[in-house]
Design a protein around this ligand. Structure first.
Ligand code: AMP
Length: 527
């Protein structure tokens, strides 16, 4: 395949905090460094005063000095609908402006311009693409992008759109834990039950897989989207705040700037304590006392003391592990390898507690920040491999599951589950819906993902309208609706008239999605 240069497929781990890109060259995985030799790029997009845009590590300075015009954590917002709790929280905590766009989609309002979230993620992906193109000496156009296992349909679709806007052909969207398992298990003739313990900045996820040769079967997955490294930072900030108030005798906890600064310091100290036993907290001019004195915060902390305050946060991850193991009817002792993913797994406390829980030391030979991108690159290479080459002959088979149940709203606002969570994908399920009124020519179905019995407590994916039905007495028209989830975890709905067998026309309105016209506009301005 000497001149098949353009067949390189990059694997991109599009993270909340950092993004990493890797590629397979001659059967070997390369985690790709940028011009500075860095393999991780901050997932930041800064809009400067002169109209230029800086993406990646170059935007780190702006994230601190000009957070209002620097978009961070776009992954938290992608595919979220205006009005849901994530957007509400983001509007409180994120420094930049989030505005309501058409069809419930949030827009980012920077320097008078409005951007859809996939446009911002697209800029981060374009940076990854450019880094890879420079490294490989040719323009790369194909990619596999990873998403958290618990991403719903809209979040996946919007990630795909982000890839497109970056000028990438997205061959596959794969789940981060499955990618991590691939990085460990592919081509090694492994037969094992693996756990992927992924502890990032804002979320915790656990996935249990069986790896048999090159078959990767997800048995169960569970997560907590409000548990992550941020919790340690907040805890440490609280501790420092109380220390300060005790030392100086006046309250400062009402001041959001002080709290923000302390959280940043907390994060730095937390990282330092992953490598050393002690760290010095030194914050100049933290607050001004009622008598006008400028007060600094300065003291020493040690790892053991701080980690004692963190143990209950780590312990919460094991409640989620209990759930994932119970769902798969497996005990912690049945696990034969624990793969660590995410920045928070660098903490010695996390490693010790994981070792205790699973009664074995975790696997750490692949960098936890790079392991997902490595797996994505392996999947990418396999997708385009010559079937007669060794790689092509041993295509990995990814048997993933859907992390949330899929269902529709029924009478009384209740939720009728069609596809249970933890069902292997791709999968499909058919239901028959009948008209309830004489002469009815349209039926609307509201589709949700989630576990609550009350439909509106779940995440609304969108509405499907079956229209142009035959006008008949009620109950006489029966429509067979098939709900399918593909290998990317994306939902597709088709319908047909049960009696005539004719395909029924459907219109899907994706909540927080974009109209074709809006996507065309985005494409044009992101050329
Ligand atoms: P991720 O979302 O995987 O990029 O993880 C980001 C989280 O990992 C943030 O909360 C970081 O503070 C945390 N993190 C990164 N490096 C370290 C480290 N050396 N020790 C402790 N936490 C870390």
């Amino acid at each position: 395949m000497a001149n098949e240069d353009s067949e390189y497929v990059i694997g991109i781990d599009l993270g909340t905090t950092n993004t990493c890109v890797a590629v397979v060259v001659d059967g070997e995985v390369h985690v790709i460094p940028d011009e500075e030799g860095e393999t991780l790029q901050a997932s930041l997009v800064a809009f400067l005063e002169d109209g230029s845009v800086v993406v990646g590590n170059g935007a780190r300075k702006e994230a601190v000095t000009d957070p209002v015009n620097t978009i961070s954590s776009a992954k938290r917002l992608i595919g979220q609908a205006w009005g849901n709790s994530t957007i509400k929280q983001a509007r409180q905590h994120l420094p930049y402006k989030i505005a309501k766009g058409p069809n419930q989609a949030p827009l980012l309002d920077v320097r008078g311009r409005k951007f859809a979230v996939p446009e911002i993620s697209g800029m981060v992906l374009r940076r990854a693409k450019d880094i890879a193109s420079r490294y490989l000496g040719q323009s790369v156009t194909k990619a596999v992008i990873t998403v958290p296992a618990n991403f719903n349909d809209t979040q996946r679709q919007m990630t795909r759109l982000a890839g497109e806007l970056a000028g990438l052909e997205v061959l596959r969207i794969i789940n981060e834990p499955t990618a991590a398992a691939l990085a460990y298990g592919y081509g090694r003739d492994v037969r094992a039950r693996l756990v992927i313990y992924d502890f990032g900045g804002g979320t915790f996820d656990i996935t249990l897989l069986d790896v048999r040769h090159n078959v990767f079967e997800v048995l169960s997955t569970a997560g907590d989207s409000y548990l992550g490294g941020d919790d340690f930072d907040t805890r440490l900030a609280q501790y420092m705040l109380r220390g300060f108030e005790k030392q100086y005798g006046f309250k400062i906890d009402h001041d959001p700037v002080v709290r923000g600064r302390l959280k940043q310091v907390g994060e730095k100290i937390k990282r330092q304590l992953s490598n050393k036993e002690r760290a010095i907290v030194n914050v100049r001019d933290l607050a001004v006392a009622p008598d006008g004195r400028h007060c600094d915060l300065r003291f020493q902390v040690d790892r053991a003391g701080v980690h004692k305050r963190f143990a209950d946060i780590v312990q919460r991850t094991f409640l989620v592990c209990d759930e994932a193991l119970a769902n798969a009817h497996v005990s912690a002792a049945d696990v034969q390898g624990v793969v660590l993913v995410g920045g928070s797994t660098r903490m010695p406390l996390v490693r010790e507690m994981v070792e205790q829980y699973f009664t074995q030391p975790p696997l750490t030979d692949i960098n936890p920040d790079e392991v997902v991108a490595v797996g994505a690159a392996i999947q990418g290479a396999a997708l385009v491999a010559d079937p007669f080459s060794p790689a092509g002959a041993h295509q990995p088979l990814l048997l993933d599951v859907t992390p949330r149940s899929l269902g529709v709203e029924v009478v009384g606002g209740f939720y009728d589950v069609l596809i249970d969570r933890n069902t292997a994908v791709p999968c499909e399920q058919t239901r028959v819906f009948a008209t309830s009124q004489d002469g009815q020519t349209t039926v609307r179905l509201q589709i949700f993902q989630g576990e609550s019995r009350v439909a509106s407590d779940n995440v609304k994916l969108g509405e499907i309208e079956l229209y142009n039905l035959r006008p008949m007495p009620r109950g006489m028209v029966e429509i067979e609706v098939t709900f399918a989830i593909d290998a990317d975890g994306i939902v597709d709905v088709t319908a047909k008239d049960r009696e005539t067998g004719i395909a029924q026309q459907t219109r899907v309105m994706v909540t927080a999605g974009f109209s074709d016209e809006a996507v065309r506009v985005m494409r044009r301005r992101n050329q």
